[in-house]
Design a protein around this ligand. Sequence first.
Ligand SMILES: Nc1ncnc2c1ncn2[C@@H]1O[C@H](COP(=O)(O)OP(=O)(O)O)[C@@H](O)[C@H]1O
Ligand SMILES: [Mg+2]
Length: 285
Amino acid sequence: MHSREVVVLRDVWFKYLPEQDYVLRSINIVVHEAELVAIVGPNGSGKTTLAKIIMGLARPSKGTVRLFGRDIKEWSWNELAKLIGYVPQNPKHIFCNVTVRDELKSTLESLGMKTSDEDIAKLLEEVGLEEYLDKNPFKLSWGEQKRLAIAIAIARNPKLLIVDEPTIGLDYCCKEKIASILNSLKSSIGSVIVITHDMDFLTLLDVDRIYLIYAGQVVLSGRPEDVMYRPSEVLEKYGLVKPQIIEVVEKVNAAIGLKGRPFRFEDVARYLRYVLELHKSKLSV
Ligand SMILES: Nc1ncnc2c1ncn2[C@@H]1O[C@H](COP(=O)(O)OP(=O)(O)O)[C@@H](O)[C@H]1O
Ligand SMILES: [Mg+2]
């Protein structure tokens, strides 16, 4: 049985301008409490627009959005701002102070929340930036800016976190750091939506469900292994490249006649070690 529904989109259609084509078409999405849901798809497929709909920044042309069991229209702006933390694609867009401390302080104050040095230190610890209290946000590295943007988003103690394309321009090591932060936020915050088209990053996340969006429609959805073990041609048709480690597993499975479908990087590593052991023992018999 599933836990509480945090986000429910039912038959949501959206267009920015009356004369424009629909940018989102009959979208049905559910996010439960304690889930990390990934929204994946190529550029221009409608992922950020979907985030705007969930945050109440854009109203569906048709269909309904429910948040925490209530129609989104029943939530005030102030309630929505506290309920949902959003990390935009470009963190620079949200910085407006000369120190990391002030950035977090002003975020909390703008929401009418009291803050202490301990609160700020704790937030920075969650994203591994505890040494950066007096640094200028604009002078942080790109990866550090992304992590500061996460700290700003979680400062309000949201019940839902939406992270938009967190890995653009980051090397693998920075991606691993972001993935580990998001995995731990999944349990502390409640629900996390990660928007990405970085397939290798996806395999670092503790993903419960994937929605693949293409040209404004959900074309595939399900558990990560059900989506990512589809034939490469199917994923490519929708502008996605299969994660490399999954290609490796498929080749190994085909060679040895196994059927395991691990998804997360660490599960793949464990699986391949197991297969190697199995193979060794077969050889030694
Ligand atoms: N403010 C806007 N006005 C009109 N069209 C827009 C606007 N923002 C995005 N679009 C269009 O909506 C479509 C989906 O964009 P977007 O949601 O940003 O996709 P993604 O985040 O998947 O790259 C694109 O065709 C884009 O050009
Ligand atoms: Mg986008």
